[in-house]
Write a new protein. Structure first.
Length: 349
C-alpha cells in the first residue's frame, strides 16, 4: 500500500517518543506490549517514515532528527536507539510558538517564510504534517496548517489550537481534498481517558455528578508552558471537554497543572469526583495515575497518521469526524469510542 511520509512540527518530547516508537515497533511480529494496533487502516508501523521536521530551537536546527530528539530541553525517556534518519531539522515559524515563560530555556529563531516550508514539504514528498507545538500556539499552528494546504499535506493537530474545530479551516481542507484531524490529541492511556470513564460510569449507574477536578504535574516544557495564565485557558477547555465536565457549573469543575522539574517527562495526575447516589447519599472517588507523558501520546499518533493516510487513499477530505472523535480531546463532532470505531469501519473498510 506504500509508505506514509510524515512531517513533524516541533521536535520536543512527543516527537522523541514518536520517532523512537517507529524503531521500537518496526517489526509488528515482535509481540511488544503497548501498541494498540499493530495494523491500523491497513498500514503497519513499518510503513511510516519521517521525511521532514521543523523546530525553532537553534540547538536542534540543522541536526539530524535522530540527534535532535535528544537535545535539551527534551527530557523524554529513551527506550529505543534511533540511527541517523537523513532528515535534517529545518528552521520553522516562531510566531507565538514559544511562551514568555519558556523563552529562557530555548535559543529561538523562526523566520522561515511560508514558501520555504511549502517547497520543503513538496521536495520531501511529505504527505501528512503532525503538529506538536506547545499549548497556546494558535498563530504558529495556523501558519503550518496553511503550509499543509499549499503543499498538499493532510494535517493532524495534536495540540489545543482550534483548527479542526474551525469551520473556516475545515472547509478549506475539504475544498483542497485533504484530511484534517484535531484538536488536542488524547493519550493512549492517560488522565483524560480514565476521568471520562469514571464520569461515564457514574452516569450510567444513576449517580449525579456534583463536582470534579483533575490536577496534573510534570517536568517537561509542556508543563512549564501551562504555568502561563494566557496559555492554560485553551488546554483547560479541551481537558474539561475531554473528560466530560462541560455539563457542570463552572465553579464545580477544575483543571490545574503544576511544573515540577525533577519529574522530567513523568506525569502524575490526581482525579476526584463527588456525586449523589440513591437516596441522596454521597459518593466520593479519588484516583492517582503516574505515566511517562510523551510515550502515552505517541501510540495514538501512530494510529492518527495511518487513519489520515487511509482517508487520503479513500478520497475523504476535511475533518474525518469519527477518527477525530476517537483520538482527540476536542473533536468537532464528539461521539463515544464504540460508535466512533463503527463509523470508522464504515468509511475506511
Amino acid at each position: 500500500m506504500g509508505s506514509i511520509n510524515i512531517g513533524i512540527i516541533g521536535v520536543g518530547n512527543c516527537a522523541a517518543a514518536l520517532v523512537q516508537g517507529l524503531v521500537y515497533y518496526h517489526d509488528r511480529e515482535a509481540g511488544r506490549a503497548g501498541l494498540a494496533n499493530p495494523v491500523c487502516a491497513g498500514y503497519a508501523v513499518a510503513d511510516i517514515r519521517c521525511t521532514a521536521a521543523f523546530d525553532v530551537n537553534r540547538a536542534k536546527i540543522g541536526r539530524d532528527l535522530a540527534e535532535a530528539i535528544g537535545i535539551a530541553p527534551n527530557n523524554a525517556l529513551a527506550f529505543a536507539t534511533v540511527e541517523p534518519l537523513g532528515v535534517v531539522v529545518r528552521e520553522g515559524v516562531l510566531a507565538d510558538g514559544v511562551a514568555a515563560i519558556t523563552a529562557g530555556h530555548i535559543d529561538a529563531r523562526g523566520g522561515s517564510p511560508l514558501a520555504a516550508l511549502v517547497e520543503h514539504l513538496r521536495q520531501t514528498e511529505t504527505q501528512i504534517l503532525v503538529n506538536f507545538l506547545p499549548v497556546g500556539s494558535q498563530q504558529a499552528a495556523e501558519a503550518y496548517a496553511e503550509a499543509a494546504l499549499l503543499a498538499g499535506c493532510a494535517f493532524i493537530n495534536c495540540m489545543p489550537a482550534a483548527i479542526a474545530r474551525s469551520a473556516a479551516w475545515s472547509e478549506r481542507f475539504a475544498a483542497a481534498g485533504l484530511p484534517l484531524l484535531g484538536d488536542d490529541l488524547k493519550s493512549q492511556f492517560g488522565a483524560t481517558l480514565l476521568h471520562h470513564a469514571l464520569v461515564d460510569t457514574l452516569a450510567r449507574n444513576g449517580v449525579q455528578l456534583r463536582s470534579t477536578y483533575q490536577i496534573v504535574s510534570g517536568g517537561n516544557m509542556d508543563f512549564l508552558t501551562l504555568q502561563d495564565p494566557a496559555r492554560i485557558g485553551s488546554k483547560k477547555a479541551t481537558k474539561v471537554h475531554g473528560f466530560g465536565g462541560t455539563d457542570l457549573p463552572a465553579d464545580a469543575v477544575h483543571f490545574g497543572a503544576e511544573y515540577v522539574p525533577f519529574l522530567k517527562d513523568r506525569k502524575i495526575a490526581f482525579i476526584r469526583l463527588t456525586g449523589e447516589a440513591f437516596g441522596g447519599t454521597a459518593i466520593d472517588v479519588e484516583l492517582k495515575l503516574e505515566i511517562e507523558d510523551s510515550p502515552s501520546a505517541a501510540g495514538n499518533v501512530l494510529d492518527a497518521v495511518r487513519y489520515a493516510r487511509a482517508a487520503r487513499d479513500a478520497g475523504l477530505a476535511g475533518v474525518i469526524d469519527p477518527v477525530a472523535a476517537l483520538l482527540m480531546k476536542a473533536p468537532p463532532q464528539p461521539m463515544e469510542a464504540a460508535a466512533a470505531l463503527d463509523a470508522i469501519r464504515a468509511i475506511l473498510p
